[in-house]
Design a protein around this ligand. Structure first.
Ligand SMILES: NC(=O)c1ccc[n+]([C@@H]2O[C@H](COP(=O)([O-])OP(=O)(O)OC[C@H]3O[C@@H](n4cnc5c(N)ncnc54)[C@H](O)[C@@H]3O)[C@@H](O)[C@H]2O)c1
Length: 439
Protein backbone atom coordinates (compact mmCIF):
# COMPACT_ATOMS: atom_id res chain seq x y z
CA UNK A 1 0.00 0.00 0.00
CA UNK A 2 1.20 3.51 -0.78
CA UNK A 3 0.35 6.60 1.22
CA UNK A 4 -3.10 7.89 0.52
CA UNK A 5 -3.22 11.41 -0.93
CA UNK A 6 -5.41 13.94 0.79
CA UNK A 7 -8.19 14.80 -1.67
CA UNK A 8 -10.66 17.54 -0.82
CA UNK A 9 -14.22 16.33 -1.17
CA UNK A 10 -16.27 17.57 -4.14
CA UNK A 11 -18.76 19.55 -2.11
CA UNK A 12 -21.08 22.05 -3.78
CA UNK A 13 -21.44 22.76 -7.47
CA UNK A 14 -18.82 22.38 -10.18
CA UNK A 15 -19.13 24.85 -13.07
CA UNK A 16 -17.89 23.49 -16.42
CA UNK A 17 -17.02 26.30 -18.83
CA UNK A 18 -16.34 25.67 -22.49
CA UNK A 19 -14.85 28.28 -24.78
CA UNK A 20 -16.77 27.24 -27.92
CA UNK A 21 -20.36 26.08 -27.60
CA UNK A 22 -20.80 24.23 -30.88
CA UNK A 23 -21.48 20.58 -31.68
CA UNK A 24 -19.21 18.95 -29.10
CA UNK A 25 -20.01 21.28 -26.22
CA UNK A 26 -23.80 21.24 -26.71
CA UNK A 27 -23.85 17.44 -27.19
CA UNK A 28 -21.93 17.12 -23.95
CA UNK A 29 -24.18 19.49 -21.98
CA UNK A 30 -27.44 18.09 -23.36
CA UNK A 31 -26.18 14.55 -22.77
CA UNK A 32 -25.35 15.16 -19.12
CA UNK A 33 -28.73 16.81 -18.50
CA UNK A 34 -30.47 13.92 -20.31
CA UNK A 35 -28.56 11.42 -18.17
CA UNK A 36 -29.53 13.17 -14.93
CA UNK A 37 -33.17 12.95 -16.02
CA UNK A 38 -32.89 9.28 -16.88
CA UNK A 39 -33.39 9.97 -20.59
CA UNK A 40 -30.16 8.32 -21.70
CA UNK A 41 -27.06 6.61 -20.39
CA UNK A 42 -23.59 8.24 -20.41
CA UNK A 43 -21.99 5.47 -22.46
CA UNK A 44 -18.31 6.07 -23.12
CA UNK A 45 -17.76 8.07 -19.93
CA UNK A 46 -15.29 6.23 -17.73
CA UNK A 47 -16.12 8.57 -14.88
CA UNK A 48 -19.69 7.26 -14.94
CA UNK A 49 -19.49 3.63 -16.03
CA UNK A 50 -15.86 2.58 -15.61
CA UNK A 51 -14.57 0.11 -13.07
CA UNK A 52 -11.11 -0.32 -11.59
CA UNK A 53 -9.46 -3.43 -10.24
CA UNK A 54 -7.99 -3.13 -6.76
CA UNK A 55 -5.56 -5.58 -5.17
CA UNK A 56 -4.88 -9.10 -6.38
CA UNK A 57 -6.96 -10.72 -9.13
CA UNK A 58 -8.08 -13.36 -6.63
CA UNK A 59 -9.63 -10.68 -4.42
CA UNK A 60 -12.13 -9.79 -7.15
CA UNK A 61 -12.41 -6.16 -6.10
CA UNK A 62 -13.65 -3.99 -8.98
CA UNK A 63 -15.35 -0.87 -7.64
CA UNK A 64 -16.90 1.75 -9.89
CA UNK A 65 -14.35 4.50 -10.52
CA UNK A 66 -16.87 7.10 -9.38
CA UNK A 67 -17.09 5.36 -5.99
CA UNK A 68 -13.36 4.73 -5.76
CA UNK A 69 -12.26 8.37 -6.15
CA UNK A 70 -14.35 11.36 -5.06
CA UNK A 71 -15.79 12.87 -8.26
CA UNK A 72 -18.37 15.62 -8.64
CA UNK A 73 -21.75 14.02 -9.33
CA UNK A 74 -23.72 14.81 -12.48
CA UNK A 75 -26.42 16.48 -10.36
CA UNK A 76 -23.87 19.00 -9.15
CA UNK A 77 -22.69 20.22 -12.54
CA UNK A 78 -23.49 23.65 -13.98
CA UNK A 79 -22.66 24.60 -17.57
CA UNK A 80 -21.51 27.79 -19.23
CA UNK A 81 -19.10 29.11 -21.80
CA UNK A 82 -18.31 31.54 -24.55
CA UNK A 83 -19.05 31.60 -28.27
CA UNK A 84 -18.82 34.09 -31.12
CA UNK A 85 -22.45 33.27 -31.94
CA UNK A 86 -25.07 34.36 -29.42
CA UNK A 87 -27.58 31.53 -29.91
CA UNK A 88 -28.40 29.66 -26.71
CA UNK A 89 -27.47 26.03 -26.18
CA UNK A 90 -30.86 24.70 -27.28
CA UNK A 91 -30.67 26.55 -30.62
CA UNK A 92 -26.99 25.68 -31.06
CA UNK A 93 -27.65 21.98 -30.37
CA UNK A 94 -30.61 22.00 -32.79
CA UNK A 95 -28.43 23.57 -35.48
CA UNK A 96 -25.55 21.18 -34.82
CA UNK A 97 -28.00 18.36 -35.59
CA UNK A 98 -26.24 15.70 -33.55
CA UNK A 99 -28.90 14.75 -31.02
CA UNK A 100 -32.48 13.81 -31.77
CA UNK A 101 -34.72 16.87 -31.96
CA UNK A 102 -37.36 15.31 -29.69
CA UNK A 103 -34.76 14.65 -27.02
CA UNK A 104 -33.51 18.24 -27.29
CA UNK A 105 -37.09 19.53 -27.12
CA UNK A 106 -37.60 17.69 -23.83
CA UNK A 107 -34.53 19.54 -22.45
CA UNK A 108 -35.48 22.89 -23.96
CA UNK A 109 -35.90 24.81 -20.68
CA UNK A 110 -32.53 23.78 -19.27
CA UNK A 111 -30.66 24.22 -22.55
CA UNK A 112 -32.20 27.58 -23.46
CA UNK A 113 -31.02 28.95 -20.12
CA UNK A 114 -27.37 28.30 -21.04
CA UNK A 115 -26.29 31.32 -23.05
CA UNK A 116 -22.80 31.96 -24.35
CA UNK A 117 -20.81 34.81 -22.89
CA UNK A 118 -19.09 37.16 -25.32
CA UNK A 119 -16.02 35.53 -26.84
CA UNK A 120 -12.43 36.60 -27.31
CA UNK A 121 -11.95 36.12 -31.03
CA UNK A 122 -9.37 36.97 -33.66
CA UNK A 123 -10.25 36.11 -37.29
CA UNK A 124 -6.56 35.71 -38.05
CA UNK A 125 -6.60 32.53 -35.96
CA UNK A 126 -9.92 31.02 -37.17
CA UNK A 127 -10.63 32.00 -40.74
CA UNK A 128 -13.79 30.48 -42.13
CA UNK A 129 -16.28 31.78 -39.54
CA UNK A 130 -17.19 35.15 -38.06
CA UNK A 131 -19.73 36.02 -35.36
CA UNK A 132 -21.09 39.05 -33.55
CA UNK A 133 -20.94 37.86 -29.92
CA UNK A 134 -17.41 39.11 -29.26
CA UNK A 135 -15.73 41.32 -26.70
CA UNK A 136 -14.15 44.63 -27.68
CA UNK A 137 -11.10 45.57 -25.60
CA UNK A 138 -7.91 47.50 -26.27
CA UNK A 139 -5.30 44.90 -25.36
CA UNK A 140 -5.06 41.16 -24.99
CA UNK A 141 -4.41 41.67 -21.28
CA UNK A 142 -7.77 43.50 -21.10
CA UNK A 143 -9.37 40.51 -22.82
CA UNK A 144 -7.80 38.18 -20.27
CA UNK A 145 -9.08 40.32 -17.41
CA UNK A 146 -12.57 40.41 -18.94
CA UNK A 147 -12.56 36.60 -19.09
CA UNK A 148 -11.50 36.43 -15.45
CA UNK A 149 -14.43 38.69 -14.55
CA UNK A 150 -16.74 36.38 -16.56
CA UNK A 151 -15.50 33.39 -14.59
CA UNK A 152 -15.91 35.08 -11.25
CA UNK A 153 -19.41 36.30 -12.15
CA UNK A 154 -20.41 32.85 -13.41
CA UNK A 155 -19.18 31.30 -10.20
CA UNK A 156 -21.12 33.75 -8.03
CA UNK A 157 -24.32 33.71 -10.07
CA UNK A 158 -24.45 29.93 -10.21
CA UNK A 159 -23.31 29.38 -6.66
CA UNK A 160 -20.38 27.24 -7.76
CA UNK A 161 -17.77 25.94 -5.42
CA UNK A 162 -15.25 25.30 -8.23
CA UNK A 163 -14.82 25.78 -11.98
CA UNK A 164 -13.04 23.90 -14.75
CA UNK A 165 -12.46 25.00 -18.36
CA UNK A 166 -12.46 22.65 -21.38
CA UNK A 167 -11.58 24.23 -24.74
CA UNK A 168 -14.25 23.13 -27.24
CA UNK A 169 -13.83 25.99 -29.72
CA UNK A 170 -12.69 25.83 -33.33
CA UNK A 171 -9.19 24.75 -34.28
CA UNK A 172 -6.86 27.73 -34.60
CA UNK A 173 -4.23 28.06 -37.31
CA UNK A 174 -0.90 26.31 -36.94
CA UNK A 175 1.70 28.36 -35.09
CA UNK A 176 5.05 27.49 -33.61
CA UNK A 177 6.38 28.39 -30.20
CA UNK A 178 8.22 31.75 -30.26
CA UNK A 179 10.02 34.11 -27.86
CA UNK A 180 6.85 35.58 -26.37
CA UNK A 181 5.78 32.08 -25.26
CA UNK A 182 8.92 31.32 -23.27
CA UNK A 183 8.42 32.89 -19.85
CA UNK A 184 5.52 34.17 -17.79
CA UNK A 185 7.05 37.67 -17.97
CA UNK A 186 7.45 37.67 -21.76
CA UNK A 187 3.93 36.31 -22.14
CA UNK A 188 2.37 38.96 -19.88
CA UNK A 189 4.32 41.67 -21.69
CA UNK A 190 3.03 40.21 -24.96
CA UNK A 191 -0.55 40.34 -23.66
CA UNK A 192 -0.16 44.02 -22.84
CA UNK A 193 1.53 44.80 -26.16
CA UNK A 194 -0.86 42.71 -28.30
CA UNK A 195 1.89 40.41 -29.54
CA UNK A 196 0.51 38.74 -32.71
CA UNK A 197 1.82 35.32 -31.63
CA UNK A 198 -0.64 35.14 -28.73
CA UNK A 199 -3.81 33.40 -29.90
CA UNK A 200 -7.29 33.70 -28.34
CA UNK A 201 -7.05 30.16 -26.91
CA UNK A 202 -3.91 31.23 -25.03
CA UNK A 203 -5.78 34.21 -23.60
CA UNK A 204 -8.57 31.92 -22.32
CA UNK A 205 -5.97 29.54 -20.90
CA UNK A 206 -4.09 32.36 -19.18
CA UNK A 207 -7.31 33.76 -17.68
CA UNK A 208 -8.34 30.31 -16.49
CA UNK A 209 -5.00 29.42 -14.91
CA UNK A 210 -4.69 32.85 -13.30
CA UNK A 211 -8.14 32.32 -11.79
CA UNK A 212 -7.03 28.97 -10.34
CA UNK A 213 -9.29 27.09 -12.78
CA UNK A 214 -8.00 23.85 -14.41
CA UNK A 215 -7.76 24.06 -18.21
CA UNK A 216 -8.01 21.18 -20.69
CA UNK A 217 -7.49 21.71 -24.41
CA UNK A 218 -9.74 19.66 -26.68
CA UNK A 219 -8.39 21.07 -29.95
CA UNK A 220 -4.93 20.71 -31.50
CA UNK A 221 -4.00 24.41 -31.04
CA UNK A 222 -0.67 25.22 -29.38
CA UNK A 223 -2.53 26.98 -26.49
CA UNK A 224 -1.07 25.68 -23.18
CA UNK A 225 1.76 23.78 -24.85
CA UNK A 226 4.19 26.63 -24.20
CA UNK A 227 6.66 27.09 -21.32
CA UNK A 228 5.02 30.32 -20.12
CA UNK A 229 1.63 28.70 -19.48
CA UNK A 230 3.08 25.43 -18.20
CA UNK A 231 5.14 27.40 -15.68
CA UNK A 232 2.17 29.57 -14.79
CA UNK A 233 0.08 26.46 -14.08
CA UNK A 234 2.77 25.17 -11.72
CA UNK A 235 3.14 28.55 -10.05
CA UNK A 236 -0.64 28.83 -9.60
CA UNK A 237 -1.05 25.21 -8.50
CA UNK A 238 -3.44 24.51 -11.37
CA UNK A 239 -3.74 21.29 -13.44
CA UNK A 240 -3.61 21.58 -17.23
CA UNK A 241 -3.97 18.92 -19.95
CA UNK A 242 -4.08 18.65 -23.72
CA UNK A 243 -4.41 18.36 -26.55
CA UNK A 244 -7.02 17.39 -29.14
CA UNK A 245 -9.71 14.95 -27.99
CA UNK A 246 -8.87 11.42 -29.10
CA UNK A 247 -11.96 10.30 -31.00
CA UNK A 248 -12.88 8.81 -34.38
CA UNK A 249 -10.13 7.82 -36.73
CA UNK A 250 -7.25 8.52 -34.35
CA UNK A 251 -8.93 6.49 -31.62
CA UNK A 252 -9.02 3.57 -34.05
CA UNK A 253 -5.38 4.18 -34.97
CA UNK A 254 -4.24 3.99 -31.37
CA UNK A 255 -6.28 0.81 -30.88
CA UNK A 256 -5.05 -0.96 -34.02
CA UNK A 257 -1.47 0.41 -34.12
CA UNK A 258 -0.35 -1.20 -30.84
CA UNK A 259 -1.97 -4.47 -31.94
CA UNK A 260 0.02 -4.64 -35.20
CA UNK A 261 3.20 -3.58 -33.47
CA UNK A 262 2.90 -6.09 -30.67
CA UNK A 263 2.81 -8.94 -33.24
CA UNK A 264 5.66 -7.28 -35.18
CA UNK A 265 3.66 -6.92 -38.36
CA UNK A 266 5.31 -4.36 -40.63
CA UNK A 267 3.54 -1.40 -42.19
CA UNK A 268 4.34 0.01 -45.64
CA UNK A 269 1.72 2.70 -45.59
CA UNK A 270 -1.29 4.07 -43.70
CA UNK A 271 -3.59 6.32 -45.67
CA UNK A 272 -6.39 8.00 -43.72
CA UNK A 273 -9.05 10.20 -45.21
CA UNK A 274 -12.22 11.74 -43.79
CA UNK A 275 -15.30 13.55 -44.99
CA UNK A 276 -17.31 15.63 -42.56
CA UNK A 277 -19.79 18.44 -42.92
CA UNK A 278 -20.11 20.18 -39.57
CA UNK A 279 -18.71 23.59 -38.63
CA UNK A 280 -15.53 21.94 -37.40
CA UNK A 281 -15.09 20.60 -40.95
CA UNK A 282 -15.73 24.06 -42.36
CA UNK A 283 -13.00 25.57 -40.16
CA UNK A 284 -10.63 22.71 -41.03
CA UNK A 285 -11.23 23.45 -44.71
CA UNK A 286 -8.83 26.34 -44.17
CA UNK A 287 -5.29 25.12 -44.89
CA UNK A 288 -3.75 26.73 -41.80
CA UNK A 289 -6.26 25.22 -39.37
CA UNK A 290 -5.94 21.87 -41.15
CA UNK A 291 -2.18 22.01 -40.67
CA UNK A 292 -2.70 22.17 -36.88
CA UNK A 293 -4.95 19.10 -37.05
CA UNK A 294 -2.65 17.26 -39.43
CA UNK A 295 0.37 17.60 -37.16
CA UNK A 296 -1.70 16.33 -34.24
CA UNK A 297 -3.07 13.35 -36.19
CA UNK A 298 0.27 12.39 -37.74
CA UNK A 299 2.22 12.32 -34.48
CA UNK A 300 0.28 9.35 -33.15
CA UNK A 301 1.85 6.44 -35.02
CA UNK A 302 5.48 7.48 -34.58
CA UNK A 303 5.56 6.86 -30.87
CA UNK A 304 3.43 3.71 -31.02
CA UNK A 305 5.52 2.02 -33.69
CA UNK A 306 8.97 3.15 -32.47
CA UNK A 307 10.48 3.04 -35.96
CA UNK A 308 13.92 3.88 -34.54
CA UNK A 309 13.88 0.54 -32.69
CA UNK A 310 12.17 -1.41 -35.50
CA UNK A 311 13.47 0.21 -38.71
CA UNK A 312 12.82 -2.87 -40.90
CA UNK A 313 9.16 -2.81 -39.93
CA UNK A 314 8.26 0.87 -39.79
CA UNK A 315 11.03 3.22 -40.92
CA UNK A 316 9.75 3.64 -44.47
CA UNK A 317 6.06 3.73 -43.60
CA UNK A 318 4.15 6.31 -45.64
CA UNK A 319 1.57 8.02 -43.42
CA UNK A 320 -0.94 10.40 -44.92
CA UNK A 321 -3.98 12.09 -43.36
CA UNK A 322 -6.66 14.01 -45.23
CA UNK A 323 -9.78 15.84 -44.05
CA UNK A 324 -12.35 16.99 -46.57
CA UNK A 325 -15.26 19.31 -45.86
CA UNK A 326 -18.41 17.77 -47.33
CA UNK A 327 -21.58 19.51 -46.04
CA UNK A 328 -24.14 16.71 -46.67
CA UNK A 329 -22.45 14.57 -44.01
CA UNK A 330 -23.11 17.02 -41.17
CA UNK A 331 -21.69 15.67 -37.90
CA UNK A 332 -21.77 12.10 -39.26
CA UNK A 333 -18.13 11.85 -40.18
CA UNK A 334 -17.01 9.05 -42.45
CA UNK A 335 -13.44 7.93 -42.44
CA UNK A 336 -11.50 5.43 -44.54
CA UNK A 337 -8.18 3.90 -43.65
CA UNK A 338 -6.14 1.81 -46.02
CA UNK A 339 -3.30 0.04 -44.24
CA UNK A 340 -0.68 -1.84 -46.24
CA UNK A 341 0.95 -4.31 -43.91
CA UNK A 342 3.44 -7.15 -44.31
CA UNK A 343 4.22 -10.30 -42.37
CA UNK A 344 6.26 -13.50 -42.54
CA UNK A 345 8.91 -13.27 -45.29
CA UNK A 346 7.57 -9.86 -46.28
CA UNK A 347 4.25 -11.12 -47.71
CA UNK A 348 1.89 -8.21 -48.17
CA UNK A 349 -1.65 -7.84 -46.78
CA UNK A 350 -4.19 -5.01 -46.51
CA UNK A 351 -6.60 -3.79 -43.89
CA UNK A 352 -9.47 -1.44 -44.79
CA UNK A 353 -11.47 0.44 -42.20
CA UNK A 354 -14.60 2.38 -42.99
CA UNK A 355 -15.75 4.09 -39.78
CA UNK A 356 -19.11 5.83 -39.92
CA UNK A 357 -18.94 7.74 -36.70
CA UNK A 358 -20.63 10.62 -34.99
CA UNK A 359 -17.82 12.89 -33.96
CA UNK A 360 -19.57 14.70 -31.17
CA UNK A 361 -21.06 11.49 -29.75
CA UNK A 362 -17.50 10.23 -29.32
CA UNK A 363 -16.22 13.54 -27.95
CA UNK A 364 -18.98 14.31 -25.41
CA UNK A 365 -17.99 11.65 -22.83
CA UNK A 366 -14.36 12.76 -23.20
CA UNK A 367 -15.36 16.32 -22.25
CA UNK A 368 -17.24 15.02 -19.21
CA UNK A 369 -14.40 12.78 -18.05
CA UNK A 370 -11.80 15.48 -18.53
CA UNK A 371 -13.84 18.01 -16.58
CA UNK A 372 -14.39 15.60 -13.68
CA UNK A 373 -10.83 14.23 -13.55
CA UNK A 374 -9.28 17.70 -13.89
CA UNK A 375 -11.44 18.79 -10.97
CA UNK A 376 -10.28 15.71 -9.05
CA UNK A 377 -6.65 16.59 -9.86
CA UNK A 378 -7.20 20.10 -8.58
CA UNK A 379 -8.69 18.86 -5.31
CA UNK A 380 -5.73 16.48 -4.94
CA UNK A 381 -3.30 19.43 -5.35
CA UNK A 382 -1.91 18.10 -8.64
CA UNK A 383 -0.48 20.93 -10.68
CA UNK A 384 0.96 21.43 -14.16
CA UNK A 385 0.60 18.90 -17.01
CA UNK A 386 -1.63 15.94 -16.17
CA UNK A 387 0.01 13.29 -18.31
CA UNK A 388 -2.12 10.55 -16.78
CA UNK A 389 -5.01 11.98 -18.82
CA UNK A 390 -3.12 11.30 -22.11
CA UNK A 391 -5.72 8.58 -22.61
CA UNK A 392 -8.13 11.27 -23.81
CA UNK A 393 -5.86 13.12 -26.25
CA UNK A 394 -4.51 12.71 -29.78
CA UNK A 395 -1.35 14.67 -29.02
CA UNK A 396 -0.75 14.26 -25.29
CA UNK A 397 1.13 17.05 -23.62
CA UNK A 398 4.19 15.92 -21.69
CA UNK A 399 6.88 17.47 -19.58
CA UNK A 400 9.78 18.89 -21.58
CA UNK A 401 12.12 16.21 -22.89
CA UNK A 402 9.62 13.36 -22.55
CA UNK A 403 8.04 11.51 -25.47
CA UNK A 404 4.24 11.30 -25.31
CA UNK A 405 2.64 7.93 -24.74
CA UNK A 406 0.12 7.18 -27.52
CA UNK A 407 -0.68 3.51 -27.03
CA UNK A 408 -4.23 3.61 -25.65
CA UNK A 409 -3.72 0.49 -23.54
CA UNK A 410 -0.58 1.86 -21.86
CA UNK A 411 -2.40 5.15 -21.40
CA UNK A 412 -5.25 3.35 -19.65
CA UNK A 413 -2.81 1.58 -17.29
CA UNK A 414 -1.20 4.92 -16.45
CA UNK A 415 -4.62 6.47 -15.87
CA UNK A 416 -5.77 3.67 -13.57
CA UNK A 417 -2.49 3.56 -11.66
CA UNK A 418 -2.74 7.28 -11.01
CA UNK A 419 -6.17 6.72 -9.46
CA UNK A 420 -4.77 3.83 -7.39
CA UNK A 421 -1.87 6.03 -6.31
CA UNK A 422 -4.26 8.78 -5.20
CA UNK A 423 -6.07 6.27 -3.02
CA UNK A 424 -2.90 4.68 -1.63
CA UNK A 425 -3.60 1.34 -3.37
CA UNK A 426 -0.88 -0.90 -4.81
CA UNK A 427 -0.14 -0.10 -8.46
CA UNK A 428 -0.91 -2.88 -10.92
CA UNK A 429 1.28 -3.58 -13.95
CA UNK A 430 -0.24 -6.95 -14.92
CA UNK A 431 3.26 -8.42 -14.98
CA UNK A 432 3.08 -10.66 -11.91
CA UNK A 433 4.83 -14.02 -12.39
CA UNK A 434 1.84 -16.17 -11.64
CA UNK A 435 3.84 -19.41 -11.91
CA UNK A 436 5.41 -18.45 -8.62
CA UNK A 437 3.05 -16.10 -6.84
CA UNK A 438 -0.41 -14.61 -6.99
CA UNK A 439 -0.63 -11.68 -9.38
N1 LIG B 1 -15.76 16.11 -32.38
C1 LIG B 1 -14.64 15.48 -32.18
O1 LIG B 1 -14.61 14.27 -32.20
C2 LIG B 1 -13.39 16.25 -31.94
C3 LIG B 1 -12.22 15.54 -31.71
C4 LIG B 1 -11.05 16.22 -31.47
C5 LIG B 1 -11.06 17.60 -31.43
N2 LIG B 1 -12.19 18.27 -31.68
C6 LIG B 1 -12.11 19.73 -31.66
O2 LIG B 1 -13.08 20.24 -30.79
C7 LIG B 1 -13.42 21.54 -31.25
C8 LIG B 1 -14.94 21.66 -31.27
O3 LIG B 1 -15.49 20.82 -32.26
P1 LIG B 1 -17.01 21.03 -32.71
O4 LIG B 1 -17.34 19.90 -33.61
O5 LIG B 1 -17.85 21.32 -31.55
O6 LIG B 1 -16.87 22.35 -33.59
P2 LIG B 1 -17.98 23.47 -33.81
O7 LIG B 1 -17.51 24.25 -34.98
O8 LIG B 1 -19.34 22.89 -33.85
O9 LIG B 1 -17.89 24.33 -32.48
C9 LIG B 1 -16.83 25.20 -32.23
C10 LIG B 1 -17.43 26.50 -31.72
O10 LIG B 1 -16.35 27.34 -31.32
C11 LIG B 1 -16.74 28.69 -31.59
N3 LIG B 1 -15.54 29.50 -31.53
C12 LIG B 1 -14.55 29.63 -32.44
N4 LIG B 1 -13.60 30.46 -31.96
C13 LIG B 1 -13.99 30.84 -30.72
C14 LIG B 1 -13.42 31.66 -29.72
N5 LIG B 1 -12.25 32.27 -29.92
N6 LIG B 1 -14.09 31.80 -28.56
C15 LIG B 1 -15.27 31.19 -28.34
N7 LIG B 1 -15.87 30.42 -29.27
C16 LIG B 1 -15.22 30.24 -30.44
C17 LIG B 1 -17.44 28.58 -32.93
O11 LIG B 1 -18.28 29.67 -33.13
C18 LIG B 1 -18.21 27.27 -32.79
O12 LIG B 1 -19.52 27.46 -32.32
C19 LIG B 1 -12.75 21.75 -32.60
O13 LIG B 1 -11.56 22.47 -32.45
C20 LIG B 1 -12.44 20.34 -33.00
O14 LIG B 1 -11.35 20.26 -33.90
C21 LIG B 1 -13.36 17.64 -31.92
Amino acid sequence: MNTKINIKSPTGKLGILTPGMGAVSTTFMAGVIAATKGLGKPFGAISQMGKIRIGKRTENLNPDIKDFVPLASLDNLVFGGWDIFSENTYDAAMRAGVLDKNLLYSLKDELSAIKPMKAVFNPKYVKNINGENVKKEATNMDYAKALMVDMENFKQENNCDRLVTVWCASTEIYIKESDVHQTIESFEKGLIENDPDISPSMIYAYASIKSGVPFANGAPNLTIDIPALVNLSIEQNVPIAGKDFKTGQTLMKTILGPGLKTRLLGIDGWFSTNILGNRDGEVLDDADSFKTKEVSKLSVLDSILESDKYPELYKDMYHKVRINYYPPKGDDKESWDNIDIFGWLGYKMQIKINFLCKDSILAAPVVLDLALFMDLASRADMKGIQEWLSFYFKAPQTKEGLEPLHDIFLQRIKFENTLRHLKGETLINHLGLDYYEEE
